[in-house]
Design a protein around this ligand. Structure first.
Ligand code: SAH
Ligand code: SF4
Length: 371
């Protein structure tokens, strides 16, 4: 049917609105459909036995329930899995299931490529190609839950740290989070979800207002504007002071904290002066720090710091009462670690990498107008 809608693009409220407009149905029908699809895993309307036959006939054909198709799956020797999914909108993207001792984390992609142009990131070299839709992200989660059954209910976290800049695909992320956390649906606790951003200030402010209860991580990655602009062109539009000013005002309930991500690039942002400046910059921000030793990407020219350096930073920051953790990379052997995701046909040559990064840089000078 031409006017059928993809069920996985709709929050429960969107669904209720659709059912009300199209069929004059009351809101509880949306609850029933959510329950069948997300809790009972029944995706065939004709089998939804608490709907009358008339209603089932009426709704049949109006919804599609497309799945992500697994095109490839690699399993790292540390148990981490990297999936190549063809998502419902037809794009091929990567999703990672990170295996940790006491929990599993699903790392979803939010865009196809990324237009932010961070110089150290492999996804950045693809440039921006397309936004994913809510159904493309929901399908990644459902696809992994279905494939990785042996993990049981053990998966606990979802992080928006795969390909793309989530807050550059703002509306989609809001809808997706609403779908994933809906108590009548998958009911994933918002506390288990983290959205990571390069630091798009207006979108962070809007995100705060949306009050979804999920965690926000911000990729700071430098302690001075010159260095940050050099490695992250978005810093031109939203320099460190402006970004931190926004984070100071970010509303946080109870003991919640922001996460400041800091990718350590040897000799670039891991100098002694950076270690001195970082605690000062974070002084009035309720946050913890996540140090990410750089995962090297051939051709991009950055190096990982020594382990000794990482431990020193960890120790010094913790001594200054900044709760700090280190994200040692998982799935390195299959290029599944942070910032190593790229759809393989985009394993680009040096010229196209340069072109894409240059394009991103030009676009980023206009970023101030991003929603
Ligand atoms: N676009 C968002 C989320 C995806 S990137 C963001 O930038 O925050 C997720 C994290 O991976 C970010 O903190 C980013 O700085 C980091 N990252 C990118 N490339 C990396 C690499 N090669 N090694 C380690 N971390 C990397
Ligand atoms: Fe995009 Fe994040 Fe990579 Fe920067 S680090 S290019 S924002 S995915």
């Amino acid at each position: 049917m031409t006017d059928s809608v993809n069920f996985f693009d709709l929050s429960r409220k969107d669904l209720a609105d659709y059912l009300s407009e199209k069929f004059s149905l009351p809101a509880f029908r949306a609850n029933q459909l959510f329950d069948w699809v997300y809790k009972k895993n029944v995706w065939d309307i004709s089998q939804m036995s608490n709907l009358s036959e008339v209603l089932r006939d009426q709704l049949a054909g109006h919804f599609t329930f497309p799945e992500a198709e697994i095109k490839d799956r690699q399993i790292s020797n540390d148990g981490t899995r990297k999936y190549l999914f063809q998502v419902p909108s037809g794009r091929t993207i990567e999703t990672v299931l990170i295996k940790q001792p006491k929990r599993q984390t699903i790392c979803v992609s939010s865009q196809y490529g990324c237009g932010m142009g961070c110089k150290f990131c492999r996804t950045g070299t693809m440039g921006f190609i397309a936004n994913l839709k809510p159904s493309d992200i929901v399908a990644q989660v459902l696809g992994i839950l279905k494939d990785a059954k042996e993990f049981g209910d053990g998966f606990q976290n979802i992080v928006f740290m795969g390909m793309g800049e989530p807050l550059h695909n703002y509306k989609t992320i809001i809808t997706t989070v609403r779908i994933l956390t809906d108590p009548k649906g998958l009911a994933i606790s918002p506390r288990r979800i983290t959205v990571s951003t390069v630091g798009l200030v207006p979108a962070i402010e809007k995100f705060a207002e949306a009050d979804l209860g999920v965690n926000l991580a911000i990729s700071l990655n430098a302690t001075d504007d010159a260095t940050r602009t050099e490695i992250m062109p978005t810093n031109k539009a939203f320099p460190i002071d402006t970004l931190l000013g926004t984070l100071k005002k970010y509303p946080l309930a109870g003991r919640k904290k922001l996460t400041i991500e800091y990718v350590m690039l040897a000799g670039v942002n891991d100098r002694d002066e950076d270690l001195k400046r970082l605690p000062r910059l974070l002084k009035d921000i309720k946050c913890k720090v996540n140090l990410i030793p750089y995962n090297e990407n051939a051709g991009l020219g950055f190096k990982s710091p020594s382990e000794e350096k990482v431990y020193r930073w960890f120790k010094v920051l913790n001594e200054q009462f900044i709760f700090t953790s280190v994200r040692w990379s998982k799935g390195k052997d299959i290029n599944a670690a942070c910032g190593q995701l790229v759809t393989e046909k985009f394993a680009l040559n040096e010229t196209s990498i340069k072109n894409n990064l240059q394009q991103a840089e030009n676009k980023n000078s206009k970023l101030a107008v991003i929603q």
